[in-house]
Each structure stands twice: as structure tokens, then as C-alpha cells.
Ligand binder design. Sequence first.
Ligand code: SAM
Ligand code: DTB
Ligand code: SF4
Length: 349
Amino acid sequence: MSNLTDVRHDWTLKEVNALFAMPFNDLLFKAQSVHRQHFDPNEVQVSTLLSIKTGACPEDCSYCPQSAHYHTGLDRERLMEVEKVLSSARDAKKAGSTRFCMGAAWRNPKDRDMPYIIEMIKGVKALGLESCMTLGMLTSEQAMMLKDAGLDYYNHNLDTSPEFYGEIITTRTYQDRLNTLDNVRDSGMKICSGGIVGMGESANDRSGLLLQLANLETHPESVPINMLVKVEGTPMAEQEDLEPFEFIRTIAVARIMMPKSHVRLSAGREAMNEQMQALCFHAGANSIFYGEKLLTTPNPEANQDMKLFAKLGINTEKYEGFSDEAHESVLLDKVREQEESKMYYDATA
Ligand code: SAM
Ligand code: DTB
Ligand code: SF4
């Protein structure tokens, strides 16, 4: 067995399954111990998402509300104007977010889109935010263009194990995804890559996903673990809930296997209570998507998250561009606003 500071790339399925099978308290203790070797245990990084091009995607990812293959009632939208994107980025910064993630419902970006994408990256960087994009598959030339524009992170998820993958998506292969990750890595950008659980996969598939991520030559710097958001009209709408402890275990095992990566408690928080989220942070999650919307589905209100952080004594990670005072004052304003609206409600109830 490895010790708490090892960063390994040679995990076996048997070892991963053995981590999942540990008694819950032992697993959480191990994950928290690993976490403390590399991170401040009371600090969480916050990222805000924006859908810059929504719906009508040609891919058939069976969890996704944006696929043109399903009828989810989502209005399709063209690529957003650069100024509108930057206005959302300013709001995200005001709300205390340090990373701005822009997502497009594309199989891959087209050449004609690139000038706008590049302007968006430059604008977000100029605001002093970290930038992230998720635009589908990338060629090595496209990855270099994004890197040259200043993009910090590229998100491209493996989603699940290679074995289960074919039951979820048929329009692109697992190898296509690995190739895009290679192109992003070679460009020098940081990688954000994770997956979704609760899609009806087996325990071996959850292990298999983490095995793929942790055995990459370099671990993704960010690892989003999404709980399936069930959307009416998709083939996954009626999927049975994943046992909540199994989700927390997935976070813990990801933390142990990729000790230096930020593990993000990603989609699905809207359906989680505070206690469950607190256990995820205890298991080593140290990043969230912050703001009332993910790409197209709801996320907890920023005020709710700030209140939870206050209850847990969690601070949000700062970014170079932020002074401590500016950061604190943004967050305190948020909590104060919430308190005032509660007092008003109590007084008028
Ligand atoms: N179209 C690009 C792509 O798929 O490569 C980027 C955007 S796509 C919406 C980004 C990721 O969102 C997907 O890889 C998937 O992991 C996640 N996602 C999409 N729908 C989801 C859902 N219903 N529940 C949880 N995660 C979801
Ligand atoms: C990731 O792993 N999760 C985010 C982000 N990367 C792009 C997306 C979650 C999408 C949830 C469904 C929706 O809001 O459309
Ligand atoms: Fe399209 Fe991305 Fe949704 Fe798949 S996950 S259908 S590629 S937007």
C-alpha cells in the first residue's frame, strides 16, 4: 500500500476496489489525511460556469439535456456575444469566484468560432480571473490556439469507465477523449477531467473511471465528480439514485488516488443536503461550481453556499488578482445580504 504523500500512476483495479471496500470511517480518515498533506483542509476553490452556446448538440450523450437527440424542451442558443460573456464573468468575480468556466454544446469548435473564443479568453484573463473552457474535442492546433490566447484550463471529461462508455455515448469514442486530453496536455494547458456517477454504472465502472484518470501520465489538475442531474427527456431521466455514501466514497477514493489535484464536488449539489456536502468536503473535495446555474440546470444559490461555508469554517481559495480584504468583503456582503433578507422575511411573516 502507498503512503500518504505518494503520487502514483500505476493503480490496479484491485487496489481501487479495495479502497472503495474500506470501512467508511477508515476510508474518510485516510482521504482526509492525504488531503492534509497537500492542501489547507478548510479551503475550497470556487468556479462559476456559463453556457456560451446552448443546445442542439450533435452528440448523443445520454445524460445530457443539450443533445439534439432528445427532447428536453431546452431552447437552442447561438454562440453568445463576447461582451455578454464578459459581463457574466464580471458578475462571477463580484460574487467571489476565482475561475470562470465557459461551456459550449459542440462536438468540437469550428474554425469560424475561434476568433470569438479567443476574445472571450483574453477578456476573462484581463479581469484577473482564471479561465477554463469546455468545447468538445480539440485538435492539437486548436489546443495551441487556446493556450496562446491565455486559457488556463481545458475541461474534457472521460465521463465513465471504458467498459461502460459505449452504453452512454455512441457518437465519439473513449479514445477520442483520450486524444483530446493528450492534445491539451501537450499544449501546456492545465487539464480538468472527471466524470459522472449515478448513471447506472457498476461499482467496477466507478473504480474504472478513477483508474483511467489517475493512471494518466500527469494527473488532471482538476477532477470534477458529477452526480447525474436527471433531466426529463433524456434516456437517464428515470435512473435510480446512487446510494449517497457511494458518492462520498467516490470523492474519497479520487482524493487518495490523485492527492495533489483539486477534486470538485460538481453537478448534483442541488439534490444534496448540507450534511452530505460537508461529508464530501471531509472526504477531500476542495472545489465547487458556484452560482445559481450550472450550464442549463440549477445549482444552489451563492448565498446558500456562503452560509454553508460559514457554518463549516471553510474559506474560499483566493486568486492572485484578489487582495485578502477585497475577497473577504465580497464574501461577507453575501452573508449579510442573506441575513437581511431572512430578517425581513421573519418580520413580515
Ligand atoms: N460539449 C462539450 C463536451 O461534452 O465535451 C462540453 C460541455 S458538456 C455539457 C461537459 C460535461 O458536463 C460532460 O462531459 C458531462 O460530464 C457533464 N454533464 C452534462 N450533462 C450532465 C448531467 N445531466 N449530469 C451531470 N453531468 C453532466
Ligand atoms: C463538469 O464536469 N461539469 C460541468 C462542467 N464540467 C462543464 C457541467 C455540468 C452540467 C450539468 C448539466 C447542465 O447544467 O446542463
Ligand atoms: Fe453535446 Fe457535450 Fe452534451 Fe455530449 S455532453 S451532448 S458533447 S453538450
